[in-house]
Design a protein around this ligand. Structure first.
Ligand code: AP5
Length: 222
């Protein structure tokens, strides 16, 4: 018998390294990465109705209304690949109402990972962040410069990555964090995200591997 696939939630302040860790987690565990930020940015660049609604909120560093984001996430979670391979939810839930929506649908992760990084470092990470629109890869002008001149030439900056907007995003994160973590307190693991990305990943890797082992054991003893 095979066990149920892994279900992981990753959370943390803006630029705490969620997207960066998700790249590494997906490579190793093959989970379906569901990032509400990425999904919303794709809607914005495709000029869809959702994108047009979401754009002003995102560019101001504010949360997009719950009903828009919740509909998007639950639709994505219900697709076959997420059920089969397991999922890695990044950037959702972000409010008490969003956490409640998942609870009502009986959607719960096996583990809730929170990346912990001091405020002053978050601001520097956001302001220096660059994205490759072709591959979706995340860079940083100082910490992770692009590998080639060709990549460097096509990198873009997010409109919400100015110092002022990062501060606004951080405020909103802090206002909501308590309500969300109380929902998942029994499966929450806080990780020091202010270390080299490989070191942070090592810790996440061993946590997820343990959770996976425990799930297999549970199936075997049934
Ligand atoms: P979203 O895209 O989720 O933004 P965020 O939470 O602010 O997170 P970021 O993407 O900024 O950072 P990250 O933690 O992924 O860090 P990264 O790995 O890139 O959301 C954007 C907007 O969409 C929201 O403001 C909101 O409007 C809307 N939205 C999304 N979800 C929503 C929801 N559920 N409800 C309502 N609205 C929603 O790393 C950052 C930088 O640091 C990079 O340059 C990276 O190279 C560097 N870095 C990473 N790790 C390290 C390390 N260990 N050491 C040094 N540098 C590092």
């Amino acid at each position: 018998s095979t066990s149920e696939p892994l279900k992981v939630m990753i959370s943390g302040a803006p630029a705490s390294g969620k997207g960066t860790q998700c790249e590494l987690i997906v490579k190793k565990f093959g989970l379906v990465h569901i990032s509400t930020g990425d999904l919303l940015r794709a809607e914005v660049s495709a000029g869809t109705e959702i994108g047009n609604k979401a754009k002003e909120f995102m560019n101001a560093g504010r949360l997009v209304p719950d009903e828009i984001v919740t509909a998007m996430v639950t639709a994505r979670l219900s697709l076959e690949d997420a059920k089969k391979k397991g999922w890695l939810l990044d950037g959702y839930p972000r409010s008490a109402a969003q956490a409640e929506s998942l609870e009502k649908l009986n959607i719960r992760p096996d583990i809730y990972v929170v990346l912990d990084v001091p405020d002053e470092i978050l601001i520097d990470r956001c302001v220096g962040r660059r994205l490759d629109p072709l591959t979706g890869k995340i860079y940083h002008v100082k910490n992770f410069p692009p590998e080639t001149e060709e990549i460097k030439a096509r990198l873009v900056t997010r409109p919400d990555d100015t110092e002022e907007k990062v501060k606004a995003r951080l405020e909103i994160y802090k206002k909501n964090v308590e309500a969300i973590s109380s929902t998942y307190s029994n499966i929450m693991v806080k990780i020091d995200g202010n270390r080299q990305k490989e070191v942070v990943f090592e810790e996440i890797d061993s946590l997820l591997s343990q959770v996976q082992k425990d799930k297999i054991k549970m199936v075997k003893s049934e």
